[in-house]
Design a protein around this ligand. Sequence first.
Ligand code: G4P
Length: 201
Amino acid sequence: MELLIEKIKNEGIVLSSSVLKVDSFLNHQVDPQLMLEIGKEFAERFAHCGITKILTIESSGIAPAVMTGLQLNVPVVFARKRKSLTLVNNLITASVYSFTKEETSEISVSNQYISENDKVLIIDDFLANGRASLGLADIASKAKASIAGIGIVIEKGFQDGGSLLRDKGYRVESLAIIDSLNDGLVSFEQQTTETKVELTR
Ligand code: G4P
């Protein structure tokens, strides 16, 4: 998605050879106009799939998920990472290991909001090792819902999450795929144009 790639080129900060900071539009401050375009793009890619619900995980998945739900006119459910005061009964849970944080957390969704009648589109901001998406897929499976696919805003193609999910048979649609972050450079997987930019900030 050209608009997103431009945004990453202009505002992304390479923190290391494996981490890209995009706090100015996705992970802290949110660019609503860009999120709207992202929602339109996911809605277009997953049109005619019979999606009844978007499933994401707090916190950074929520903005792109809501915009996608708006376009597809379906509700958006976000898995919680922390225990909620009001969400205590009838929880569907899954364990998610984070390689970044080196810890396992339990994510949960109420069984009120996802059921066997649902066809779910999973949305997340980043795809690194794929554990968050797998956890969401696990929750959808436990609810006996079907999974139409997984929409990712930024996939780090040099980490194994993409192949892990695709090898399991999931349709994964990523709007920007990063080939590498070596030497402070962001290389994007060839989509419409070859792009290699130096991010110096
Ligand atoms: P995985 O789900 O693909 O296995 O990824 P991992 O556990 O490694 O990622 C843990 C957190 O770090 C997730 O956010 C994920 O989105 C984020 N993350 C992974 N790689 C990058 C990166 O290169 N840049 C940025 N900006 N984030 C990355 P989280 O902790 O759940 O945060 P949030 O959703 O609450 O913002």
